[in-house]
Write a new protein. Structure first.
Length: 146
């Protein structure tokens, strides 16, 4: 197979996968609303859980968003009792963020809503299609981790 044909196949595959992945991702993000949280707030809450002590600046950088935008989200999460600030032992001017027990429960509710939505749709597929998706999941994870 020529390189030009291989590149075309890659482009065609990307063109086929992209809309499907975007639609599934969008639908899963929408499930956060059922648990009473915006998709962005759910994403931030998950990031804070995985990175306890993260500061607002580092959170903004990780999300590719401005510090004032992240600050507004964090203030909302803090007011809702989902995250708390703690002082940095080395630098009293800096505060880190941690998820609260209420935040953990909210993330669990979101995970449950997303899994329920996805499981209901997977149940509509036949065993061969589910097996194909199971195999594709590993490949998709490698794709994003590459």
């Amino acid at each position: 197979m020529s390189q030009a044909l291989a590149d075309l196949d890659t482009i065609a595959l990307a063109d086929t996968l992209r809309p499907a992945l975007l639609r599934v991702s969008r639908r899963l993000r929408q499930e956060a609303h059922k648990a009473g949280l915006s998709p962005q707030d759910a994403l931030l809450l998950g990031f804070i859980r995985k990175n306890p002590g993260v500061g607002v600046s580092a959170l903004a950088e990780a999300e590719g968003t401005s510090k004032p935008t992240i600050s507004a989200h964090v203030k909302r999460l803090e007011a809702a009792g989902l995250v708390r600030r703690s002082s940095d032992a080395d630098d009293g001017r800096r505060s880190g963020l941690a998820i609260t027990a209420a935040g953990e429960r909210k993330l669990e509710a979101i995970r449950r809503e997303r899994n329920d939505w996805l499981a209901a749709r997977l149940a509509r597929l036949g065993p061969a299609d589910r097996a194909s998706l199971a195999a594709a999941a590993e490949v998709l994870l490698r794709l994003v981790d590459a």
